[in-house]
Structure formats: structure tokens, C-alpha cells
Design a protein around this ligand. Structure first.
Ligand code: ZN
Length: 91
């Protein structure tokens, strides 16, 4: 499996990953999973509301880039219509 040198989507540190896997370092994997559950709970609780990435980041008190990372990596593809991407891409 070829390796890629990428930037961790959560902390911006350089990390070597197997190609095709998510760009997140070992230190951030647990935080990534916890954040995923928190965002998912928020979107589920307010299923009829439309959230921007800023809304989600603000509601959870986390950096926008981490929410962007989750969206960019397909964590929310099933409910993407609830997260308006617009000009929030920063990568
Ligand atoms: Zn990291």
C-alpha cells in the first residue's frame, strides 16, 4: 500500500497515511470520532434546521476546520444537505 504525506485534518500536523485512508494523525483519531458523534447528535436533534459549518462549529465550540474536515471526508454525506458548504472550503 503506497504511503502519502498529508496534513492532519484536525491539528494540521504532517502525518504519513496509507493512500486512500483518512488524513488524520494517531493523536487525533479519538477526538475525530468523538467530534463526529457530537456533530451527528446535533444534526439529529435539529433535523429540520439547516446548519452551516460555522453554525456547527459555534454550537460545539470547536474550530471550523475540524467540521470542514469531517464533511470533506464523507462523514456527513447522507445529511450533507443540512450543511451548506458554500465558501467554507479552506483546504
Ligand atoms: Zn492530528
Amino acid at each position: 500500500m503506497p504511503l502519502d504525506l498529508v496534513k492532519c485534518g484536525m491539528c494540521d500536523k504532517a502525518v504519513v497515511i496509507e493512500r486512500g485512508t483518512k488524513p488524520v494523525c494517531q493523536d487525533c483519531r479519538q477526538e475525530e470520532q468523538e467530534l463526529y458523534r457530537r456533530v451527528r447528535a446535533l444534526l439529529t436533534d435539529y433535523g429540520d434546521r439547516r446548519f452551516t459549518i460555522q453554525d456547527v462549529a459555534g454550537a460545539l465550540g470547536v474550530e471550523e476546520k475540524k467540521i470542514t474536515y469531517l464533511v470533506d471526508n464523507g462523514y456527513f454525506q447522507l445529511i450533507r444537505s443540512h450543511i451548506m458548504l458554500e465558501d467554507n472550503k479552506r483546504l
